[in-house]
Design a protein. Structure first.
Length: 293
């Protein structure tokens, strides 16, 4: 039985990459669904899947995030993981799809939940902007701010995994050193830079266009933009990547995890010398994953 994946916006549910990738459940905001109905929906998910992993963007409205925590608190369930993702909207959607892919693999719910932090480092999420005057998600120098007022200026910005900002024509964004596919979504900016310049420079294997998430203009500070994200599309590569990380047991809630933090209770991994009880460690390979260009 695959772990249920849930999101807070339909924009975060990209079309599946294959027939096996499941969709995601939509958790409505409090102004469109009363609490008792939201609790009933969550109960159905738990009964059908056993565990629910909720992925939502860091810029979600406070009331909606509070609703998520209220549901978990009222149900007193430790089988609901709430994962806040500090990525641009299209990057969040890409990561959600990857977690959807992993949910049908032979990983425990704890490993799938904690895999979100691992995989986020392999999502190259950015945008082409006509102005950075209102961009507050990525560090912008005063010089770049001044240049943004020059008519016709365009800026390539990478928000994840490492912030970068270059003026088009004066430099290039450093991209992934492994094989990726690229997805992009157009706002009100007309440009072929993403497909004609960025994709060849990053040597992406495939390009796909998607609808622009409704939160993207607010995230990037302008509607004159084109958002993009390069990612690992192959489920076999994702599986190998997650499998290569040593598994631990959370000393707080007992869930299996990878990395340094539990995906369900968010407790940090306790070093072995500080554990009050022996942890059961499962390991499926310890070698790092390398991907070809």
């Amino acid at each position: 039985m695959p772990t249920a994946i849930a999101v807070t916006s339909p924009d975060l549910v990209l079309p599946p990459t294959d027939q096996q990738t499941p969709s995601a459940a939509l958790l409505q905001p409090p102004d469109t669904q009363p609490l008792d109905a939201a609790l009933a929906d969550m109960q159905v998910l738990l009964e059908q899947h056993g565990y629910v992993i909720v992925l939502y963007p860091a810029n979600i409205p406070v009331a909606h995030e509070r609703r998520l925590h209220t549901i978990r608190s009222v149900m007193e369930s430790d089988r609901i993981a709430l994962l806040k993702l500090d990525l641009p909207p299209l990057g969040v959607a890409v990561l959600v799809r990857q977690i959807r892919q992993l949910s049908i693999c032979d990983f425990s719910a704890g490993v799938v939940a904690s895999a979100a932090r691992l995989l986020s480092h392999y999502v190259y999420a950015g945008a082409l902007l006509s102005s950075v005057a209102r961009l507050d998600r990525v560090p912008v120098s005063l010089k770049a701010h001044a240049k943004s007022w020059v008519p016709g200026s365009q800026f390539a910005v990478l928000a994840n995994p490492d912030p970068q900002l270059v003026k088009i024509g004066t430099g290039e964004l450093a991209g992934p050193e492994f094989a990726t596919q690229l997805i992009f979504a157009k706002g009100q900016l007309q440009s072929e830079w993403v497909t004609a310049s960025l994709a060849p420079a990053w040597r992406v294997q495939k390009i796909q266009e998607s609808a622009l998430p409704k939160d993207s203009p607010g995230w990037w500070g302008t509607s004159r933009m084109i958002e993009f994200a390069a990612y690992l599309p192959d489920i076999s590569v994702l599986y190998q990547l997650v499998s290569s990380v040593r598994r631990e047991m959370c000393s707080w809630c007992g869930f299996e995890l990878i990395g340094d933090r539990c995906g369900f209770c968010l407790a940090p991994l306790v070093p072995p010398e500080n554990q009050t009880r022996p942890g059961r460690v499962l390991s499926i390979g310890t070698q790092s994953v390398r991907h070809g260009p």
